[in-house]
Design a protein around this ligand. Sequence first.
Ligand code: NAI
Length: 308
Amino acid sequence: MKVTVVGAGAVGASCAEYIAMKDFASEVVLVDIKEGFAEGKAMDLMQTASLNGFDTKITGTTGDYSKTAGSKVAVITSGIPRKPGMTREELIGINAGIVKEVTENLVKHSPDVIIIVVSNPMDTMAYLVHKTSGLPKERIIGMGGALDSARFKYRLAEALESPISDVDGMVIAAHSDTGMLPLFSKATRNGVPVSEFLTDEQKASVIEETKVGGATLTKLLGTSAWYAPGAAVSVMVQSILCDQKKMIPCSLMLEGEYGQNDICLGVPAIIGKNGVEKIVNITLTVDEQLKFAEAAQAVREVNGDLKF
Ligand code: NAI
């Protein structure tokens, strides 16, 4: 099955690489607006095939969407990333225009496509795709929770001095520095609630480090991260293509779930061959419910800046 990745920059190329390395897709088409860039990235990645042992074919094109025809999944990473000190929300002006145009091109050539939105501000960009693409809501999925949960697990493992594979945890709500909601009440180490092992001070620190996880990397790298975002997308694409039905927190259009309507926010969902197979309702504490509602309010304000 064919996967298109629009934007052959840091995140797009990393995502294409992880997809190819796991060898579950027949073809990955990279698309970029910069002349020759996607072709170059595709060629470089193809030259790793015999070294890394995969058969996935990777091709590149400068904006020729006919090459993307028949894609099962398309990932939108095109747009600008933030620079140190910027919030994700500050990217809306440029990225909204790019995401809208890219979506039109993708749907024209692959009407049955499932779109994964990565470009920031992601919850608002996912909402834009819902409002402009005409696709059913099950086929539009925002990537944020998969990455933020991986960052949460990294911080939890660090605080617990445990191997990462022993810890589990999930981040829901908004993909923003203030709106992320790491679900401490549900986090576990080997099935045991982590609250048993950490002091209040450690808990507060894990939550804070998780929420500013992206900003910390942006400061260190001078631009936003790509390995973990690319890996997070590849896990979602694999769950769709291989119908794994994994539970992954994703930014989805809510119609009453978690008390919200007409907004894309991060919630746990089963991701399979049809895209979103089911939104999973988990019980939140009163404090978590309050924080979820606050995050929704902030995302609504950003959505208000969209022009359709
Ligand atoms: P980048 O600048 O390395 O790559 C973006 C690419 O998009 C560039 O190669 C550019 O030429 C291309 N592009 C721009 N307009 C285009 C168009 N109309 N059609 C096709 N390609 C176009 O940026 P990076 O680091 O890859 O980030 C991409 C986006 O992903 C940013 O908005 C960033 O904030 C977001 N991001 C989201 C994450 C998430 O968790 N949702 C995590 C990391 C980044």
